[in-house]
Design a protein around this ligand. Sequence first.
Ligand SMILES: CC(C)(COP(=O)(O)OP(=O)(O)OC[C@H]1O[C@@H](n2cnc3c(N)ncnc32)[C@H](O)[C@@H]1OP(=O)(O)O)[C@@H](O)C(=O)NCCC(=O)NCCS
Length: 145
Amino acid sequence: MLEIRKVLEEDKEIIIEWRNDPRVYKYALNPNPVSVENHEKWFGKVLSSNTCFFYMGIYDGKKCGTVRYDLLDNNHEAEVSISLAPDFWGKGLAFLLMNLGEAKLKLDSQVKVIHATVLNENTASMSLFVKSDFHPYLTKLKKEI
Ligand SMILES: CC(C)(COP(=O)(O)OP(=O)(O)OC[C@H]1O[C@@H](n2cnc3c(N)ncnc32)[C@H](O)[C@@H]1OP(=O)(O)O)[C@@H](O)C(=O)NCCC(=O)NCCS
């Protein structure tokens, strides 16, 4: 069974361990490992922030991944970031985590619109967002010169 709760201080180590797995950061917007020092600064900031809603997924008693919503310029829109530990990939868990995250976000905030940014080559993530009823509304293009 999958459950979620707010991220706690005790999750600090496992979150950097997941973030610094090359299979995970390959698709991050910053595709490099993060230092412990930067992680600790960032983690302290998000835990005390009232514009960040950060949840931990627990699958059969084991921490399996996180979903985070950062408020944009107003209280009604947020950007989502979801990540599962590689051991839990391919089981449909991200879809369930996204659903639980949205239900919890509705209780905890006034958010009505959720934005996501996905690299085109991240096919698993793209399928996940489509399956979760996100729809494209902007296209970003890039060219190296
Ligand atoms: C993206 C991620 C959360 C998906 O987690 P997951 O639990 O494996 O996803 P699900 O099992 O719910 O599958 C979601 C969809 O992706 C597809 N999928 C899963 N792994 C895949 C893969 N390696 N290649 C292609 N499609 C894949 C599934 O088939 C499913 O689509 P379907 O229902 O149409 O078949 C997970 O791979 C992850 O944490 N990746 C690293 C972090 C990341 O990229 N986060 C998203 C950034 S926007």
